[in-house]
Design a protein around this ligand. Structure first.
Ligand code: PEP
Ligand code: MN
Length: 263
């Protein structure tokens, strides 16, 4: 089902007019985690004024340490829904298990399955039955074949609205958090009709590298990007070093616009 051979034209996911795939370039932006009402509403207003159309924000955080902030859960989802109502932005959040998936369905437009759960086959099947678009992030060390087969799990349950997200993979390089596999973008486009979005924030772990790689993603043919944005990155509860300030986000968007016209 994921294969280009099965369907030659690009898949288009249309969420009440917000389009992903088939020649659109969609910007998803927002904080790593929903931390407070004020934090998210401030970010949402900036995301929208810069030209983003989808707001991200984690309510359930799969953290490396069990002692790190785990997310606001239901309260976080309520804040996301409020931001959506106030701005008209679509919202996406990560689900990490059956419990969070069920809960998120009432609040968000797109379900995100994170790198750590890319091969959580039960969760993939459940997302396939959820009736909402799913963004599937590439696993930390997943091959393209494994990643596409994970997407196949979702589609095999009848949900064809799948977006793939390249977020960097583990390599021997330690200077960046992960290594962005930019070649995955045109390669996936050849193998599959599904939209591909790049997350330069998790790929690098370094906000200074986000804008150059966002440009590279656009040039490589990605259908969009997902970037982390925070009103005060130094105070962020997670992933501050890779988060763009509101101002830096606006600069990135300004830098992408002329490229989008040229390409
Ligand atoms: C995220 O996007 O919030 C996230 C945790 O990313 P990843 O699953 O790619 O590590
Ligand atoms: Mn993050």
């Amino acid at each position: 089902l994921v294969s280009r051979e099965m369907k030659s034209e690009d898949s288009l996911i249309d969420i009440d007019g917000v389009k992903i795939g088939a020649g659109n370039f969609t910007v998803i932006a927002g904080p790593c985690a929903v931390e407070s009402r004020e934090q998210l509403l401030t970010t949402a207003a900036a995301v929208q004024s810069g030209g983003g159309t989808i707001l991200r924000g984690g309510a359930f955080k799969p953290r490396t340490s069990p002692y790190s902030f785990q997310g606001l859960e239901q309260k976080g989802l309520e804040i996301l829904a409020e931001a959506k109502a106030k701005t008209g932005l679509k919202v996406i959040t990560e689900v990490i298990d059956s419990y969070s998936l069920d809960m998120a369905l009432d609040y968000v437009d797109i379900l995100q399955i994170g790198a750590r759960n890319m091969q959580n086959f039960q969760l993939l099947r459940q997302a396939g039955k959820a009736g909402k678009p799913v963004m599937l992030k590439r696993g930390l060390s997943a091959t393209i074949e494994e990643w596409l087969m994970a997407a196949e799990y979702i589609m095999s349950e009848g949900n064809y609205a799948v977006i793939l997200c390249e977020r960097g993979i583990r390599t021997y390089e330690t200077a960046t958090r992960n290594t962005l596999d930019i070649s995955a973008v045109p390669l996936i486009k050849r193998l599959s009709h599904l939209p591909v979005v790049v997350d330069p924030s998790h790929a690098t772990g370094d906000w200074q590298l986000v804008t150059p790689l966002a440009k590279a993603s656009l040039a490589a043919g990605a259908d969009g990007i997902m970037v982390e944005v925070h009103p005060n990155p130094m105070q962020a509860m997670c992933d501050g070093p890779q988060s763009l300030s509101l101002k830096k986000y606006q600069c990135m968007m300004q830098g992408l616009k002329p490229l989008a016209e040229v390409l």
